[in-house]
Design a protein around this ligand. Structure first.
Ligand SMILES: [Zn+2]
Ligand SMILES: [Zn+2]
Length: 263
């Protein structure tokens, strides 16, 4: 469920390359600057996805890491060693991320970087890793935010997302599917906890707030393969959009294994 390119502005591009428990990566280009947020698949898989959208690893200016879970950092070591791309991560995650030392830049949880005219800022997300952040990316033709892997929507996270025109937001699980599904009780508890993942219902509540605060396009992301269906995630957030009375917000669902365009 890709969002049509009717929101394209100048030459900015935003794609999820992969999204879900098997691996996550988001590509953002504005002008001559191109970045990834997370590289949670093999270098080869990420290169393949980039090639499919007319890009390549060699053209990246930087990679920003949200947290140290393998579905977000799996490709970092090979990519950084082969291509010497600067990798930025929260310092609490650094000991758990394998990366070319010369390319590794670690920061306090809340930090800001300029990459060729793009301003990238982090914000803290509640999640059970060694530190977890989301990012906003702002430039002449882009105002974007990403928040995945969060147990609940905090006021501080919502404050960062509000006002961004393009948002990638977690819609991880359908609660009844999770509760009746095959996961062991401890894993269900972890996913449902305040440091787990955002449910379709919680995502939908946030989508309604974003729609009233400037969002033009929202891509639902990090769907569980076991405890969700794209149509359930989409229906929850679409119902929230309908009931909040805001028209014209494009809603899509990120594919787990192929590039999905947001902008
Ligand atoms: Zn995680
Ligand atoms: Zn994840």
């Amino acid at each position: 469920m890709e969002i049509s390119a009717n929101t394209a502005e100048k030459n900015a591009k935003i794609y999820t390359l992969y999204s879900g428990s098997s691996g996550n990566s988001v590509f953002i280009r504005s002008g001559s600057s191109a970045i990834l947020i997370d590289a949670g698949m093999s270098a080869r898989s990420i290169e393949k996805a980039l090639n499919a959208i007319g890009e390549s690893l060699a053209s990246l200016s930087a990679i920003f890491v949200t947290h140290d879970h393998s579905d977000h950092v799996r490709g970092i070591e090979v990519i950084s060693k082969k291509h010497h791309i600067p990798v930025h991560a929260p310092n609490s995650c650094a000991p758990y991320i394998k990366c070319c030392e010369d390319c590794f830049f670690t920061h306090p949880p809340i930090f800001r970087c300029d990459v060729g005219g793009l301003e990238i800022s982090s914000f803290v997300t509640p999640h059970d890793s060694h530190g977890s952040v989301g990012y906003t990316v702002c430039g002449d033709d882009i105002s974007f935010a990403l928040a995945t892997d969060l147990g609940f929507m905090t006021d501080a996270v919502m404050e960062q997302l509000c006002g961004c025109s393009h948002v990638v937001l977690e819609s991880n699980h359908d609660i009844p599917m999770l509760l009746s599904g095959p996961y062991p009780p401890q894993l269900k508890d972890r996913i449902l906890s305040r440091y787990g993942h955002l449910s379709n219902d919680d995502c939908a509540d946030s989508v309604a707030v974003l729609a009233r605060n400037g969002a033009k396009a929202i891509l639902l992301a990090h769907l569980s393969g076991e405890n969700n269906r794209p149509e359930l995630a989409f229906r929850s957030s679409m119902a929230a959009l309908d009931s909040c009375g805001v028209r014209g917000v494009a809603l899509g669902v990120a594919s787990p294994d192929r590039p999905t365009r947001l902008l």
